[in-house]
Design a protein around this ligand. Structure first.
Ligand code: SAM
Ligand code: SF4
Ligand code: SF4
Length: 347
């Protein structure tokens, strides 16, 4: 199959390029974080609908042909998908994809870090919301905190280009651990990013009062360490980065109080091949249908170009303008369409 080249970058209707693709490889998860999967029952994507690794690699190559140069594997829990290193290898072999990254809850990372690194995975982000095993159990419904810490240590030793820790900060849950997690990151050699609790997908327990704002997080950090220095932004990364006086860096992702839609170059592919242009988007584009129906690379490139060219999404900014705010999607809607879930869309 020939691969059409792109010259002028593909821009959406607000002038934003198509740069990063988050690929969810499964909607299943081995945790039940209360800010993401608080329910007892879920409707899972049918197995026959899941894209094979070859199909994912073909779609990634099509995205690369229209400008995507960074991909991130996510889920659900991506390490639940067997032999994930095989997919990493297929993606790493694509010269246009200069960066392949992974976001994981870390539970299966200790046994897979070396293999993933060997296959060409460049960067790893592990989600870690607490350093306390009892809190972890309450937050995730699984008694597996030690495995996450083991996974983080294994990743730190495996020589990835970058290791990050993502912490969703929730009032009444873990806002008292910001400084401890910052220290933990410093010790282990990982940059911590604190994320404001978002009202997306399955966050049916979300309420405005549970959001700890960027301003509040910064104030707490400055009380302990003194003034922090704001650093220049990394590409179109969502995190604002800061440095403590000793050089320790950290990030804050203020998706709720200071959204960054204006520079957003990210889109999301679900495990069954639905393409979403925004974390908050209610509708997506089916790419599995045309792919399995035999569409050529050129036809797929045309489809991506048309859809991205019409993109107007700025979900978090629109939410900020809403007068009263609660969970974005009702439980009934989530049951009707699991694609609206964060664990299906990949975060
Ligand atoms: N299971 C993997 C993990 O937890 O890292 C990957 C998928 S998870 C959906 C991706 C990221 O989304 C995680 O860092 C998680 O903390 C974040 N996330 C999920 N629900 C969120 C919410 N309501 N607000 C902010 N971040 C959320
Ligand atoms: Fe938690 Fe990630 Fe699983 Fe959601 S997908 S429940 S954030 S581990
Ligand atoms: Fe991008 Fe949508 Fe998030 Fe805004 S809300 S930063 S447009 S994904």
């Amino acid at each position: 199959m020939s691969s059409p080249s792109h010259s002028a970058p593909l821009l959406d209707s607000l002038g934003r390029p198509l740069g990063q693709l988050r690929i969810s490889v499964t909607d299943r998860c081995n945790l039940r974080c209360h800010y993401c999967m608080p329910e007892e029952e879920y409707h899972w994507l049918p197995r026959e609908d899941l894209l094979s690794y070859e199909e994912i690699a073909e779609l990634a190559a099509t995205f690369a042909a229209v400008g995507v140069d960074k991909v991130r594997l996510t889920g659900g829990e991506p390490l639940l998908r067997r032999d994930l290193e095989r997919l990493v290898g297929l993606l790493a072999a694509n010269e246009r994809l200069r960066d392949t990254a992974l976001t994981t809850n870390g539970i299966l990372l200790a046994e897979s870090a070396e293999r993933l690194r060997g296959a060409g995975l460049g960067r790893v982000t592990v989600s870690l919301d607490t350093l306390r095993p009892d809190r972890f159990l309450a937050l995730t419904r699984q008694d597996m905190h030690d495995r996450v810490l083991e996974g983080i240590r294994a990743a730190a030793g495996a020589g990835f280009r970058k290791l990050k820790i993502d912490t969703v900060v929730i009032r009444g849950t873990n806002e008292d651990e910001i400084l401890d997690i910052l220290e933990f990151g410093r010790e282990i050699g990982a940059e911590v990013r604190f994320i404001e609790y978002m009202d997306v997908g399955g966050a049916t327990m979300w309420a405005p009062g549970k959001v700890v704002s960027r301003a509040e997080m910064l104030a707490g950090i400055e009380r302990r360490y003194g003034a922090v220095e704001a650093l220049a932004a990394e590409d179109a990364a969502p995190a604002e980065r800061f440095a403590l006086a000793d050089g320790t860096t950290f990030g804050i992702i203020a998706s709720v109080t200071a959204p960054f839609c204006r520079t957003c170059d990210r889109s999301r592919l679900t495990a069954d091949g639905m393409w979403y242009l925004c974390l908050y988007a209610q509708r997506g584009t089916d790419l599995r249908g045309p792919l399995r129906g035999g569409a050529s690379r050129e036809e797929m490139v045309r489809l991506l170009s048309e859809v991205w060219g019409g993109r107007t999404d700025r979900g978090a900014e629109v939410r900020l303008e809403a007068r009263s705010r609660g969970p974005l999607v009702s439980i009934e809607s989530l049951r009707r369409d699991p694609h609206l879930e964060m664990h299906t869309r990949g975060g």
